[in-house]
Design a protein around this ligand. Sequence first.
Ligand SMILES: Cc1cc2nc3c(=O)[nH]c(=O)nc-3n(C[C@H](O)[C@H](O)[C@H](O)COP(=O)(O)OP(=O)(O)OC[C@H]3O[C@@H](n4cnc5c(N)ncnc54)[C@H](O)[C@@H]3O)c2cc1C
Length: 416
Amino acid sequence: MSYSLLRIAREALRGGSGWTRAWRDPQPKPQYDAIVVGGGGHGLATGYYLAKEHSLTNVAVLEKGWIGSGNAGRNTTIIRSNYLLPGNEPFYEHSMKLWEGLEQDLNFNTMVSQRGVLNLFHSDAARDAAARRGNAMRLHGVDAELLDTAGVRAMLPLLAFDAARFPIKGGLLQRRGGTARHDAVVWGYARAADRRGVDIVQNCEVTGIRVANGQVQGVETTRGFISAAKVGLACAGHSSRVAAMAGLRLPIESHVLQAFVSEGVKPMLDTVVTFGAGHFYISQSDKGGLVFGGDIDGYNSYAQRGNMPLVEDVAEACVALLPQTSRLRVLRSWGGIMDMSMDGSPIIDRTPVGGLYLNAGWCYGGFKATPASGWCFAHTIARDQAHALNAAMRLDRFATGAVIDEKGAGAQPNLH
Ligand SMILES: Cc1cc2nc3c(=O)[nH]c(=O)nc-3n(C[C@H](O)[C@H](O)[C@H](O)COP(=O)(O)OP(=O)(O)OC[C@H]3O[C@@H](n4cnc5c(N)ncnc54)[C@H](O)[C@@H]3O)c2cc1C
């Protein structure tokens, strides 16, 4: 069923009786041409682009819980392509271009809102770094504007401009950045992949990866063995555990990242803004709640909940930037398991096991990458080689030294 204005009008008159299920609930088949493990945004997008771009339709996406139950449904929904390094920037800009046409492509309202992303700076040195990043973006054909204090004040008069500790000296603005509705992205990709014949199998946990003579044979699951000559792993925070089933030890640590939503208030922020004197990002949802987050908790964990010290840290940054939020009540908070790589950049690559492919290491930033990640991973799986856009995102770069250290923080995953 196609969604359209006409369809909505017709269903309104029929009491909604004509709506059908958005995607099927198939039994897993004993054999597929390709299996994608993980029904988050990346796994579902991979399934969709395998069918759309490479005409591979005998494909299954296997999810241990329900689709979107991982980080795809837990993030703060920020999308942007304001990267510095050549290994990253063209990839994230490709993602941004896919976001810009996503609703038409998927025939689904993913609520992409290009309300802008503004990274504030509070010192002259930070202005230099922002100018450099903006120049790198423009050299890649990406929009970037360096604002002074007056420029930021004209956009967001409510910020604490003259705070004694962190006066706002300006910001780097990407107007095409913004937000998208995370659940809708999951549902949109699931529906579009299903319409092209991809099986989306929920409640199907992969418990083993069968390998013979260095070649993948298929996966053991809670619903039996499923054979496939190609298996792609898109398990985000669980990447290390799943890859270990094939004997691989990944350069990835799992950490908790929390997010928060406040009670609804009148419109006060019409863009995404980040605090430059700490790690803090905030936007306002269409329902009025402020959606915000900060750093990872800083210890390895598979728990999807966080700790109080980080709540305090995030609240401090929030009040430093927007003092009027000090009496606002937080309605909800939660955690997700982040797949932190050693250089803060992702891996989309083949693995030493033939037919086994890896998509991981997304750190804080994988939601914005969802379209390009699926697109590039599908290419890598279908053609058995990386696309130019993910050529630098190699698994062996930590051995060769060709790292993509966007922050310059070195091999310390908790600092990226
Ligand atoms: C609090 C928070 C805020 C964030 N904010 C942003 C943001 O503003 N912008 C941004 O770009 N990124 C953000 N991120 C990061 C982003 O959400 C992730 O990088 C991205 O969602 C990861 O890809 P995914 O959607 O495929 O992951 P997931 O949704 O986690 O998908 C992985 C799936 O694999 C499944 N799985 C695991 N093991 C198995 C198994 N053995 N068998 C079958 N299935 C399995 C899991 O159940 C899960 O559904 C945030 C993350 C969090 C937690």
